[in-house]
Design a protein around this ligand. Structure first.
Ligand SMILES: CC(C)(COP(=O)(O)OP(=O)(O)OC[C@H]1O[C@@H](n2cnc3c(N)ncnc32)[C@H](O)[C@@H]1OP(=O)(O)O)[C@@H](O)C(=O)NCCC(=O)NCCS
Length: 235
């Protein structure tokens, strides 16, 4: 079925930079509304997930992505109009109705994050910060390992570093195939907000305290326009 827009999308109506949406994971009963929103392949992927919490994260991500895309289009297209397809490495793409919009999705524990960007590639990652994370030295550069060794809370700093590396990898679509140790980030420990410029890519990292825990959220994007961060009760 061809979706009918409320009005014709003008490229100039799109936001200049990326929009970030954070939302709590919805429970399955509230996700019943997804029935008319997802594609058959998304239903199949969801049904393959054994744990309820995984299905809830997946579906909340798909709902939030469609809400974010509709918002970025100036509500030109309703949530039901959006078709997302996985690219070769699993990176999702907007197939219709407006392929000018780029999308990235992430989930961790009780939080889901989505980034939408006009024209330019975008990557997002979110990781829960409560509790001690196991530090994985193989994904760090020599310099990052040295800085981390002197940190007051090395576990929290590792999570911040990792979210930035994953956001960077998800922007390019490299995913797990990336050489994470080769990405040497000149980050400043103990900051709840920071920005790193890497050539034409900007990396923002924020520590966000919510009623569902504390999360590190990182956004990677090109294009230089400012990012717009929002929190949503994804209802
Ligand atoms: C798939 C990967 C991109 C992210 O996986 P993850 O951290 O488990 O999960 P996230 O919630 O952050 O991201 C999952 C989303 O990324 C998207 N995604 C998958 N592959 C992607 C790729 N190659 N590029 C961009 N986005 C991708 C999908 O939208 C997916 O959500 P969906 O399945 O609901 O659509 C990959 O980088 C990965 O598995 N990384 C972890 C592996 C690792 O090395 N861990 C140890 C280091 S401490």
């Amino acid at each position: 079925m061809t979706a009918v827009p409320h009005s014709i999308t003008a490229a100039s109506a799109l936001p200049a930079g990326p929009q970030v949406w954070l939302a709590p994971r919805l429970d399955e009963s509230r996700l019943a509304m997804m029935a008319g929103l997802t594609r058959d392949d998304e239903h199949a992927r969801c049904n393959d997930l054994k744990r309820i919490s995984d299905r809830e994260r997946f579906l909340t991500g798909r709902l939030l992505a469609r809400q974010a895309l509709s918002h970025a289009s100036g509500e030109t297209w309703p949530c039901t109009a959006w078709s997302l397809i996985p690219g070769p490495n699993g990176k999702p793409y907007v197939a219709a109705p407006d392929g000018n919009l780029q999308i990235s999705i992430a989930h961790s524990a009780d939080m889901v994050a989505v980034a939408v960007s006009p024209f330019h590639d975008v990557g997002i990652d979110v990781e829960r910060m409560d509790g001690a994370a196991r530090i994985e030295p193989s994904v760090l550069s020599d310099r990052e390992r040295r800085v981390l060794a002197g940190c007051r809370d090395a576990s929290a700093e590792f999570i911040r570093l990792w979210t930035m590396k994953e956001a960077y990898a998800k922007r390019t679509g490299a995913g797990v195939g990336m050489d994470f140790a080769a990405l040497d980030l000149d980050w400043v420990p103990d900051r709840i907000e920071q920005r790193i410029e890497l050539g034409d890519c900007t990396l923002d990292c924020r520590t966000v305290a919510t009623s569902r825990g504390t999360y590190s959220v990182a956004l990677a994007w090109t294009g230089g326009a400012p990012a717009d961060w929002r929190m949503r009760d994804a209802a």
